[in-house]
Structures are given as C-alpha cells and as structure tokens.
Unconditional design. Sequence first.
Length: 430
Amino acid sequence: MTMQRSIPLADLSPGMAAELTRRLTPADLAPFAVRYGAGGAALAARALLAEAVATRLPGPGSVILGETLRHHAPPREGEALALRLSVLSVDPAAGTARLSCRVDGAEGPVLSGEIEVRPPAEATLVEAAPGPARLLPPLLARCAGRPPVPTAVVHPVDAESLKGALAAAEAGLILPHLVGPEARIRAAAAAAGADISAIPLTATEHSHAAAEAAVRLVKEGRAAALMKGSLHTEELLQAALAREAGLRTDRRVSHCFVLAAPLYPRLLLITDAAVNIAPDLKAKADIARNAIALAHAVGIELPRVAVLSAVETVTPDIPSTLDAAALCKMADRGQIAGGVLDGPLAFDNAVSPEAARAKGIMSPVAGRADILLCPDLESGNMLAKQLAYLGGAESAGILLGLRVPVALTSRADGAASRLASAALLRLMAG
C-alpha cells in the first residue's frame, strides 16, 4: 500500500520543490481529445500540474485558487514530460502559498507560470489512489530475454501497419517476413521513412494471396506466428482456418482484447469480439479456455472470469444467463481449468466492488474480474471499442486457438497498439 503525505502551510518555505515525470499515453490524452479535439493535448499538461499539486507539493488536501499559465507547445502522444514545482512565497495570514511551475517536453517548454494554492492546515496522510494500468510496459517486461519469433506479416501495405511490424522487430519481439504486393509494401516503407532492404519479402498480387502465402510460410516452418497488416480479418481467417493450412486444433478459434483502462487497476481481457458471432455453450467454453491461457501468459496466475449478461440472476428468458450458469458448473467439475468463473454477472458488478456490494453479490470474481466473457461478438466488440475510444483504454488484440498465435489488430490501430499485440504474440508463442 502506497501512502501520500501532504505538507501543511506551516512547514512550507520558499525554495521547496517537487518533480513529477510522465510519458503521455493515449489513455492520458483521450479524455481531453474526445471533448476538445486538438486543443486537448494542452489540457493534458495542465492535468499533470493538478496531479503534482494534489500528490507532491503541497500534497493531499491542497486547493488551487488561481493560476497564471502560458502554453508553449502542445505535448504529443508518447512524449515524456517533466514537471517541476517550486515554492516562491508563503502567506500565513491568508493561508496560501505561491508556486512556480514548469512542464518540459522533449523539445522544450510545454507549460510555465505560477499558481496560488491553499495547502492543508495540518499534515494529511492518505492512501494513494491506484494509478491507471499501463499496457505496454508490463507486456514488454514479460517478453524480456525471450528470442524474437519468426513472423509472417500479412499485407503491410500502409505506413501504420508496416511501422507496427518494424517497431516489434526493433523491440526484439519478432523476426518479420513481409508478405504482400511488393510495390505497395515498398511505397509504405518510403512513406514511413523505413529501410526494409534487409527484411525478407514474399511478393503476392493481392491481399487474399498474401494471406495464403503467409499461412504457407507457417506450414513450411519458415514462420511461427502471423501478424495482420492492412487487410480484412475475414481474409486472414479464411486462409488460416482452411483445412489444408494445418493450423487448426481441436479447440475453437477465438479473439481476445487485452486492455489497460485508466479507471481500472488491472489488465482486462475481453472476449470474443472479432470471430465468433453468436457462440453456443461449447464455443463459449473454448473461448474461456483460450482467454485463461492468455491471462496466464500475461502474468495473471489465477484469472477471475466474469461471464457477462444483462443481469446477474439466472433468467430462462435470457439465454446468456443459462450459458453462464452452465459454464460455472463446468468449471466446478474441472472441464474449464486454470481460472475462477462466476456468472451471470452484469458489467457493473463484474468490474465494480461497490456495485457488487450494493446488489449483495458475494463472489471471488464480482468487482475484480480479469476476463470479461461476452455473450456474443456484437456486445464484446462494442464494449472493447467503447473503452478504447471513450474511456481512453490502451488495447491489443490476438487470435487464439490455432497452432500459432496471430496478432490481430484493427486497421485503425496505431503503432503502439500493434506493438502491444506483437508482445502478446511473443508471449503466446512460448
């Protein structure tokens, strides 16, 4: 448990200083970008200032009364920001203090000026709120020391998908083998300012042929994983699931998102959101098994699986509640192993301890879920994308249940999401 102590007014003196550093992630910027567009980046720097006052100097219980600030340049996603607060003067009669503040980015000042604060009258000790989970650092940490996986990168014909693959190679996660129309791939490399002359490339006419050629590389032992580029998921799935490809197993293929949401204190897996449209009980059992295996790979020893529905009671009129009850009984009998299942659970009492308590739900899963097993593809897809686009969650995606892992991202995903998906691929490749 981390505790934070405030500095009361009587203990403040000119020259006292505090520092805070933060690398801006999509989760930091998204809440402001949704409301304020391009101007939201500057507000993210001001949010960092407010955080420093509330947690460092003077600390918990402090109130910002006024500010005189100048914005120099808006910060960028991924940029490391360094903030410094320094006490300029203290006015015991007014109960206030004046502080200088400065936020610097990679290329110079982002924000500077002065603020007036009212520190607490007495020292206050509070438990630090859990910070937002970060997706990439823990995944990369678990990948450390593992050799890169030979990976067929399918149809990377735009700059973003190609940059994602190259970033994964630079991070030591994969050994890329590019597959697709050669002219378009080289044009994407030129647009990205990347040199791909040393990377093997198998030329194909179009995306369908690229998917088939990538699967052949796996069958021939020249690749041990697949990474989706700029093509439709169905194209890649059709090639990977073909009987002649030899990639299928006895287990149902499913997709899993791994997300780090700013307001949730742990990684959250959501499944299935991309493959199984309306899974039956047998398919859901495999979806659960796949997700549990992924949870183990990312470091969750005994994942808590919430089987979602609209309600938390078994209701014959809602088939998903019946499936949830059956899945839990299958787990009780050892048919689904490696995790703790409970359901049906509604979304609120799956992730919120307060909601679970309010509804009288006593469960090792309720309020603390690691995996959300959704009733169908539509609910899973919408839930994951709402968390990403409106909740600022960082996300990665992977296809499970085949003989090799498949990094499966959206064509709208940026390089950071593709890199996180490559980390999942590295972890699932063994």
